[in-house]
Design a protein around this ligand. Structure first.
Ligand SMILES: *[C@@H]1O[C@H](CO)[C@@H](O)[C@H](O)[C@H]1NC(C)=O
Ligand SMILES: *[C@@H]1O[C@H](CO)[C@@H](O)[C@H](O)[C@H]1NC(C)=O
Ligand SMILES: *[C@@H]1O[C@H](CO)[C@@H](O)[C@H](O)[C@H]1NC(C)=O
Ligand SMILES: *[C@@H]1O[C@H](CO)[C@@H](O)[C@H](O)[C@H]1NC(C)=O
Ligand SMILES: *[C@@H]1O[C@H](CO)[C@@H](O)[C@H](O)[C@H]1NC(C)=O
Length: 396
């Protein structure tokens, strides 16, 4: 199939922009421009440079829209009614969402710290945690697979989310999971008996679930700390950089491959699957990291697997880090990439200072924890100016 900008615009027509009225109108009819470099996070779609915090907030709205439109599908708002109940005999938070004549129910089990009285900080773990969780932090087990199945490309439209919103909902699995995270946040706010402090909640996951954790951190502003672990392409990697790695001779996961493998992304995103079409995508994943700013973000990666796109991960997150620099909080984002271990098996070499310090600072109220972390054992250098024809403004 030959991709034309017009076919993309047509397909995108259904989406309702959620841009604040005070922002420049979002021009959905503008043709997509081929850009082999990482797109400029600091320029509105109409060309206006981002020079103030207000501009950045408009740009954030645009980026959230662009990601929904081209990669992830639509994120529905809070449902018409959400019922929540806490069962203290089983430490279970029970949620029921109602929309039209449809109802879905799901449970989140909570593992509380053995000591202390709460309200406790907590981390939402997609499918259970694969990083060590420190004392004092509760764990909320999120069965994201039940919310939106991710077995294969045939999983499209299967799961509780689609029971509520219909099989034809445009939301990808990752967008459906992010919706689920937002409902958990609603439930924690509404349920003081659960004894969790909703202002100190993080999200984590590994591999495919790491991609999902990064999306939830970008879309849900109540998340205080986001820890994507070994998320690779589709997570901390940039599509453009992964394509470059592939062309340079490293077999790494690309957009071409991922769109056929599973339902993490929307059907719309498959338009960017033919080799050579990624330069038309108006966003890339450095902007997903930028959407988490200024909140805590610790990106954990692994150089032992070419498939994860180690150089792409490192370069992409280096570009994303500029948003934290622009907002005057460079140490709210950390990056740690080490090889020599199995996928999703957390090495002690990444425990300290990075993991401990980020938990201390963003969930355990320890303002003195130092979260200045930027390390990799990737050998190929990444030079941002070769991939970006932009610099970042000072916004704070
Ligand atoms: C949630 O947990 C409660 C209490 O254990 C149980 O009664 C209910 O059936 C569970 N709901 C679901 C959807 O699993
Ligand atoms: C979903 O889309 C298909 C194909 O367009 C259509 O046949 C089907 O009726 C739709 N299902 C629902 C529940 O809207
Ligand atoms: C895309 O095409 C280029 C040029 O033909 C080639 O070098 C590269 O390996 C291809 N990439 C993928 C992911 O197939
Ligand atoms: C705060 O974090 C620092 C650095 O991680 C640590 O050395 C210190 O013990 C922590 N303070 C408390 C009260 O836990
Ligand atoms: C590109 O290929 C060269 C030659 O194999 C290699 O030395 C270099 O590390 C590669 N660069 C990246 C970013 O993978």
């Amino acid at each position: 199939m030959k991709l034309t900008a017009a076919s993309l615009i047509l397909a995108a027509g259904a989406i309702k922009p959620a841009i604040a009225a005070s922002c420049p109108a979002f021009n959905y009819a503008a043709p997509l421009i081929k850009n082999p470099l990482l797109p400029n996070p600091y320029q509105l779609q109409d060309g206006t440079p981002v020079t103030t915090l207000a501009d950045w907030n408009c740009r954030r709205d645009e980026l959230l829209d662009l990601f929904q439109q081209y990669e992830l599908g639509d994120l529905p708002p809070k449902p018409h009614r959400l019922g929540t109940r806490f069962y203290d005999a089983s430490n279970t938070l029970a949620l029921t969402a109602y929309e039209g004549d449809k109802t879905i129910a799901w449970n989140v089990s909570i593992q509380y710290p053995k000591t202390g009285t709460g309200p406790f900080p907590a981390i939402i773990a997609y499918g259970g945690p694969s990083i060590p969780i420190p004392d004092g932090v509760a764990v909320l087990i999120f069965n994201n697979d039940a919310m939106a199945q991710q077995n294969s490309a045939s999983s499209r439209g299967i799961g509780k989310f689609y029971d509520l919103y219909g099989k034809n909902a445009t939301a990808s699995a990752m967008m459906a999971w992010s919706w689920g995270v937002s409902r958990i946040m609603d439930a924690l706010e509404d349920t003081p008996r659960a004894n969790i402090d909703p202002t100190r909640v993080g999200v984590t996951g590994c591999s495919r679930n790491g991609k999902g954790a990064l999306v939830a951190g970008a879309f849900e502003p109540r998340i205080a700390l986001t820890i994507p672990q070994e998320s690779g392409s589709g997570g901390s990697a940039c599509w453009r950089l992964s394509d470059w790695m592939y062309a340079n001779g490293t077999v790494t996961q690309t957009a071409s491959e991922i769109t056929g493998e599973n339902v993490w992304f929307s059907q719309e995103f498959a338009e960017f699957s033919p080799n050579g079409t990624i330069p038309l995508l108006p966003v890339d994943h450095h902007e997903l990291a930028a959407l988490v700013a200024p909140r805590g973000l610790l990106v954990i990666d692994n150089t032992a697997y070419d498939w994860l796109g180690p150089w792409s991960d490192y370069g992409c997150m280096t570009a994303g880090h500029t948003a934290y620099k622009a907002l005057g909080v460079p140490d709210h984002m950390g990056y740690s990439q080490i090889g020599g271990h199995l996928h999703c098996s957390f090495p002690t070499a990444q425990q300290g200072p990075e993991l401990t310090a980020f938990f201390q600072r963003f969930l355990l109220n320890n303002a003195s924890a130092s979260t200045t972390v930027w390390k990799t054992d990737v050998v190929a250098p990444f030079v941002l100016s070769q991939w970006a024809d932009w610099t970042w403004p000072t916004l704070a």
